[in-house]
Design a binder for this molecule. Structure first.
Ligand code: GAL
Length: 438
């Protein structure tokens, strides 16, 4: 039996990491444009003013994806390119750009998928508090309605918000991502508003018939350091934060307060009817997973009472991100999420590994072989997974890590912007073409 018969392969990209053209054709500044001005926040002191110049090179990139045999091209819309001030006037030139991307995908025969929000909030909205301001629900809804009205005639698959935990955790709690805010109040309010915004955004998109609308969830396998009650409880708190907080309220399960008591504070931000409003019957769930983390109890760490035991200390191999490469997390999370609702289609909407090398990326090939192996095991069990989207096509701006980690299957010469298929892209091309012949 060909397990991959009704299964699709594609790639995920994101505007802030690829487009460049940061102030071109009326685009407003995003929080990442602002954040990268503080060069000490970015490991190689770089920024994304040019990035991979997808704004000008989109045809070449889409052609490359097609040449490899990929069938889905997931990209995100830059909110400040479409609505420079965040609310109000729509920038026609921004709309024109995404129309060109969508139309080109359709011409060359690859399905465009849209992510409405992959972390590049308009700076103007951050000036008003960003995700910590409840008004963002209406700002986001108005933005999503603009996207629906312009693009939903041709784009059928939509992902609302990419990885809420990373967006709010990195940007509003730890301060390591834009907008660089810290603290529990920002985190708690940002979480609640982001989830409410996503739930409302879902309703706005579903006003148009025939759309498949989902979300993309960051998942990290968490294990206790020692087999003690305290470490197990610590691991459970971290698991709740990382893997449950941004999905269970949508599934009607409420906030997982019992396993992460600090979440009690969310009730301070509740309006009447909020818990009901959060319930969202997504058409599919997107799982994204890269690594595994180990937690141990640490009573002196505020809110979480837990500490991460770094991979280096555990003597496991790490990628250039400092992460343990862990493709085993893929079958684990697909099975785990299928338990919420076995009927709900799942997609692996991101997976990948970072290397510091350019073209000879044999390690990445080994990684993808393991991904395929894990996927086969899951499909054999009858779990409803519909496809894999790789992270990512072309080496790009990896947020606070700058251009150091290279996640692409295509390399980029940053001076000439020349693209070149790596060994992994050539391997994948062959793999996909063999599969199609079966
Ligand atoms: C995801 C994120 C991507 C990319 C990737 C690799 O969390 O959605 O934008 O950065 O991780 O770190």
């Amino acid at each position: 039996m060909n397990l991959f018969k009704n299964f699709s392969w594609g790639v995920t990209t994101a505007a802030a990491q690829t487009e460049g053209a940061y102030d071109k054709d009326g685009k407003g500044p995003s929080i990442w444009d602002e954040f990268t001005k503080k060069s000490h926040k970015i490991k190689d002191k770089s920024n994304a003013k040019v990035a991979t110049d997808f704004y000008h090179c989109y045809k070449e990139d889409i052609d490359l994806a097609v040449a490899i045999g990929l069938k889905i091209f997931r990209f995100s819309i830059s909110w400040p390119r479409v609505i420079p001030e965040g609310t109000g006037t729509v920038n026609q030139k921004g709309i024109d750009f995404y129309n060109k991307v969508i139309d080109y995908c359709l011409i060359v025969g690859i399905e465009p998928w849209i992510t409405t929000y992959h972390w590049d909030l308009p700076q103007k909205l951050q000036d008003k508090g960003g995700w910590a301001n409840r008004e963002i629900i209406s700002w986001y809804v108005a933005y999503v309605a603009v996207l629906r009205d312009h693009f939903a005639d041709r784009v059928h698959y939509w992902i609302l918000i990419n990885e809420g935990i990373v967006c709010i955790g990195g940007g509003y709690f730890l301060g390591v991502h834009a907008p660089g805010k810290k603290g529990i109040r920002n985190f708690i309010s940002g979480t609640h508003h982001l989830l409410l915004a996503q739930a409302e955004g879902f309703k706005v998109l579903k006003q148009k018939e025939g759309l498949q609308v989902g979300t993309a969830i960051s998942c990290t396998k968490i294990e206790p350091y020692r087999n003690t009650f305290a470490d197990q409880k610590a691991a459970k708190r971290i698991d709740t934060l990382m893997n449950r907080l941004f999905i269970e309220p949508h599934l009607g399960l409420g906030y997982p307060i019992d396993d992460l008591p600090i979440l009690k504070r969310i009730s301070k931000y509740y309006n009447e009817g909020d818990l009901e409003a959060l319930k969202t019957d997504f058409d599919f769930l997107g799982i994204q997973t890269y690594t595994r983390e180990v937690a141990r109890a640490a009573w002196y760490i505020p809110y979480l009472g837990a500490l991460q035991v770094k991979p280096k200390k555990r003597n496991v191999a790490t990628s250039v991100m400092g992460w343990e490469t862990y493709p085993e997390g893929i079958p684990y999370f697909l099975e785990r999420f299928a338990k919420y609702d076995p009927e709900k289609p799942l997609w692996l909407t991101e997976c990948g590994m970072a290397l510091s090398t350019d073209e000879d990326d044999q390690e990445r090939i080994e990684y993808y072989k393991k991904v395929i192996q894990g996927m086969k095991a899951v499909l054999e069990k009858g779990i409803h997974v519909k496809g894999i989207l790789l992270w990512t096509l072309v080496d790009n701006f990896e947020w606070a890590e700058g251009y150091i980690p290279k996640f692409g299957i295509i390399s980029l010469n940053q001076k000439t912007l020349q693209r070149k298929m790596k060994k992994s892209a050539i391997w994948l091309k062959e793999y996909l073409s063999n599969m199609n012949m079966k």
